[in-house]
Ligand binder design. Structure first.
Ligand code: PLP
Length: 392
């Protein structure tokens, strides 16, 4: 069954913006009650027609669910793709893309990427017969050199967690396609507000919807959006329904509620992150600030080309006095919350190297900051006090 259409747009009316469509969750009115908020569909099963068919398009809730479809339609609209698929987590979404590969296929993944997925790839690739190479994706020669005749999937993440390195999406897509591979991208830290990778040549976009898409730290979810409905997309759909990885309807309902304010949250959180990055550059206790919005950041020129409306809500700082001072700083903050994850309305701080363990490219003196919607002066003052009081 087709995903719900955007509201009627007669030919004389200007097309609605993504912000307007998101605010009204595509403007759908429930036909039974005229409710402006779509009902939550919890039923796991659906009545068959007398001739045994399913004219509603729904048979059982593991392959499909109306609330999930409605939420997928909003995300597909935001990413400007024809179809989206929601999963029970970002990891379930990402691993479904890899799961569509055949034994013998080769993957190129970034050196700087979400550590949980990197760890999964390192454990699973040999067991499933996939070749695997990690490349520095901010250096396109590194990607070119990592390609083999068997490379079928290039995975990138930009900005790349937790150093916020930038990959040129269009150039990476050209290299992947020239080698006969697809380009999939973890766009969690960019959000569809800042970057639309499908328009730049990516084949599949993935988000941990647990992060800014939901934005309230109360749903674990993942999503894929495709550039085209093809055999690979169908195979990923089979992996989701066969493996039972679909998002639950209540989580989809909460996620859709959050998507209505996504453009506002991203704008506020990115503006606050940019302001904090600027202030931290002059801080005596901070050795360097990693944020692609800073004019002297190595990824700034590419980021300025492929991101719009800001450079994201994530940044990292390197504490000048080293690892112990970084850990101590995270222990002293009061407003920032010492917790993992990112993209919520509450600001989070994390000593990433402790989480990622041996083999991480993350420096030991780095603190990862996810900027929420609190007052910027309060956020600055809290971290400033913690930095100044940490033993040097
Ligand atoms: N991608 C990025 C950039 C992440 O930060 C995370 C989680 O931290 C994931 C993927 C995995 O998402 P989830 O925790 O929803 O499975």
């Amino acid at each position: 069954m087709a995903q719900p259409e955007p509201p009627d747009q007669d030919e004389h009316r200007p097309a609605l913006t993504r912000r307007s469509l998101a605010a009204q969750a595509m403007g759908r009115i429930d036909p039974a009650t005229r409710a402006v908020v779509a009902p939550l569909h919890l039923s796991t099963t659906f009545l068959r027609d007398p001739d045994n068919g399913y004219t509603s398009g729904y048979s059982y809730a593991r392959p499909d669910n109306a609330t999930v479809r409605e939420c997928e339609a909003v995300i597909a609209m935001l990413e400007e793709g024809p179809s989206a698929m929601l999963f029970g987590s970002g990891m379930a979404a990402a691993t479904a893309v890899f799961g569509a590969l055949e034994p013998g296929d080769h993957i190129v993944a970034p050196r700087v990427m979400y550590w949980g997925l990197r760890r999964w790839l390192m454990a699973e690739a040999p067991r499933r017969g996939w070749g695997l190479a990690f490349a520095a994706m901010d250096d396109l020669d590194g990607l070119r050199a990592a390609m083999t005749p068997r490379t079928r999937l290039v995975w990138i993440e930009t900005p790349g967690n937790p150093l916020w390195t930038i990959t040129d999406i269009a150039a990476a897509a050209d290299i992947a396609h020239a080698g006969g591979a697809r380009l999939a991208i973890d766009s969690t830290a960019a959000s569809p507000i800042h970057t639309r990778p499908l328009g730049l040549g990516a084949d599949i976009v993935m988000h941990s919807a647990t992060k800014i898409l939901n934005g309230h730290s109360d749903v674990v979810a993942g999503v894929l959006v495709t550039a085209r409905r093809d055999e690979t997309w169908e195979r990923i759909g089979m992996i989701r329904s066969g493996g039972g990885a679909i998002l639950g309807p209540f989580e989809a309902y909460l996620l859709m509620r959050s998507l209505r304010t996504l453009p506002l949250r991203v704008a506020a959180q990115s503006a606050a992150a940019a302001e904090l990055a600027r202030r931290f550059c002059a801080h005596p206790c901070i050795g360097s600030v990693l944020y692609p919005g800073l004019p002297d950041d190595p990824g700034h020129a590419v980021a300025a080309r492929q991101m719009e409306g800001g450079f994201g809500f994530m940044l990292s700082i390197r504490v000048a006095a080293g690892e112990a001072a970084a850990i101590d700083t995270a222990a002293r903050v009061r407003l920032w919350k010492r917790a993992t994850s990112l993209g919520g309305v509450e600001s989070l701080i994390e000593h990433r190297a402790s989480v990622e363990g041996p083999g991480t490219p993350c420096p030991a003196d780095l603190l990862r900051l996810s900027v929420g919607i609190e007052d910027v002066d309060d956020l600055f003052a809290d971290l400033d006090a913690a930095l100044r009081n940490a033993p040097s």
